[in-house]
Every structure is written in structure tokens, then in C-alpha cells.
Design a protein around this ligand. Structure first.
Ligand SMILES: [Zn+2]
Length: 140
């Protein structure tokens, strides 16, 4: 972990509860108390109705792969040893999407619509990244 050399999220007042929850291996999002819309990334207002009244809710961590790409180009030196790696857009069961990575499988096991569940990658003592793994499918 001390050698982690990939970009890390900047923790600030709006997203701090998200990253604190991830560190506890809990997956949360903001929910608007005015209209009920659940959204990420966290911010000062609802992205649906602009209400500033936001709460935090636990997510199921379950979803499906909406789309994904396999990266063969080194865009950042920290990813050199990971090429080819995937970046996936996940449809969460609560109706929102998150950009992440599907881990614990070969890239050719990925497919749009496959079910996934959240898993947590403790990349530094301070930061844990929510990632996803395939559920109920044969893994390579
Ligand atoms: Zn709202």
C-alpha cells in the first residue's frame, strides 16, 4: 500500500461522508430529502431538483454493467502494470450510475448487463475505493 502511485480522490466537505463510509466498507450515496432522488457524486444540492436538503443512504451495492472499456494505453504511469485494465459504468439497483472497475476477473469475462456487487479496495490507510466484482457468472 505505501507504493500506491495512482491518482487518489480529493476528500472535501461534500464527499467526506462518502469516503469515510467506503473506509468502513459501506457504500452510500446522497439522497435528496425534498424529492427522494439518490445521486453521486456528492455535492451541495440535489442534481434533480436543486434542493440543498441532502441526507446519506446506504446502497445495496448491487447492480449491472451498463458499459465498459478495456484500456490498452498508459494514460498515467501508475497504471502501467495494469494494462490492459477495465473501466466500467455500473447501473446500480437504486437507479444511479457509478464509474468504477470490475475486479477479480479477466477482462474477457465482462459483458454489458452482467450482475455485479460492490467490493472495497483499501488502496491507502486513508482511502478505500469502491470497486465491483461479477456475481453469479463463471469467472475466468
Ligand atoms: Zn431533489
Amino acid at each position: 500500500m505505501p507504493d500506491y502511485n495512482k491518482p487518489l480522490p480529493v476528500v472535501e466537505k461534500w464527499n467526506e461522508p462518502y469516503w469515510q463510509a467506503a473506509k468502513r466498507h459501506e457504500f452510500v450515496a446522497q439522497q435528496c430529502t425534498a424529492c427522494g432522488y439518490i445521486h453521486l457524486p456528492p455535492g451541495p444540492a440535489c442534481t434533480n431538483c436543486l434542493s440543498p436538503d441532502q441526507d446519506w443512504v446506504q446502497l445495496s451495492g448491487k447492480g449491472t454493467i451498463y458499459s465498459y472499456g478495456i484500456y490498452h494505453q498508459q494514460w498515467h504511469p501508475g497504471f502501467a502494470d495494469d494494462i490492459p485494465y477495465n473501466v466500467a459504468l455500473i447501473d446500480l439497483d437504486e437507479g444511479l450510475q457509478i464509474m468504477s472497475q470490475v475486479v477479480e476477473c479477466e477482462n474477457d469475462a465482462l459483458g454489458c448487463g452482467l450482475p455485479v456487487e460492490v467490493t472495497f479496495d483499501d488502496v491507502t490507510p486513508e482511502i478505500t475505493l469502491p470497486k465491483f466484482r461479477l456475481v453469479g457468472t463463471k469467472q475466468a
